[in-house]
Design a protein around this ligand. Sequence first.
Ligand code: FES
Ligand SMILES: [Fe+2]
Length: 361
Amino acid sequence: MIKNLNYIDETVFLKEKSLFFKESWILVAHKNELANNNDFVTLEYFGNKIFIQNYNGTLKSFQNVCLHRFNTIHEEPYGNRVSSCLYHNWTYGKKGNVIGLMCRNSFEKDNISALRLKEYEIDYCGDFVFIKLNDQLDRSLNDYLGNVFASLAEISRHFGAKTIDYTIEHKVNWKLLVENVLECYHCTSVHENSFAKMGFGSVAPEKFDFFEAHSWCEFPKGDDVKPNKIIEKSLADRTFKTQGYLHFYSYPNAFISSVEGKGFYFGFMFPESPSKTNLRVRYFAPKFEKELSESQQNIIDFINNSSNESLDLVLNEDKKIVENIQTNLEHFKDSSPIFGDEEFRILKFYDYFNKKELNDI
Ligand code: FES
Ligand SMILES: [Fe+2]
């Protein structure tokens, strides 16, 4: 039993926020989303607006708020355009400096050329793009991810094109979302007609690894599920094949998963309050050994569509449960949840997180 888990207090939430801003690298994008000049992705992490943009082949990350009168620079979650603020068209370059503004002479006394957007350091784990939240943190991304780095880098290489990108608001504390995805103990009940039907949840995982609060685990597929011949044939040339459902937690904010390498899910948590967390959901097609013909691509598009529909179904099944739990927690402030052996990744996560909370905050 774990004592003192708190899912509702503002003070605890603010302490968690300061812990993350002190010690964390966060996963923010996949390189495929930022492949072209001026591609950008935005995010809002605990109220901090940030964007990552391709400047002629170099990825850079800055605060997403204009230095003129503080309008948001990029309003969209992703897109392709120069980083100019749409209020008075101040345009920023790859050093976060103002490279274009109307009526420059009228700002002569303001030393505009010395202005810089706050910059976040970028580093890569394979094709995954991370940013460092605290510029004083003296820890490389490699050290931060430890022995999980290599497996994460490996899976990142097999992402194809992004097929969906949307946000689902959850009226829950972020820790409930973490707990929910770190076990498949609930899969046969909550996902009886979705995930369990695909063969997951009934066989205990054998392959897993941990580093601090990060972890990955492969849930094997039960052998009573008949493969769909058309789907198997169409996906036979994908670059990454695995037997089961592979799931990663990159602490503190990201989940990455794949069912047999047939596509890839990116789930990023953006906590807004003790009882509200936005989950940004992205899905990527698999990569193939050879270029696909038009008719093969049509079949793959169809498969991707149905993967997106199943994902949406599974996410909504989980959402209903975790939101239900959040409403009960107010009345169970002094009780602790119980985590059994099937929920071992949750225990490992709290092993790390609770020590951190006590020592560092
Ligand atoms: S607020 Fe951005 S250009 Fe004026
Ligand atoms: Fe679930």
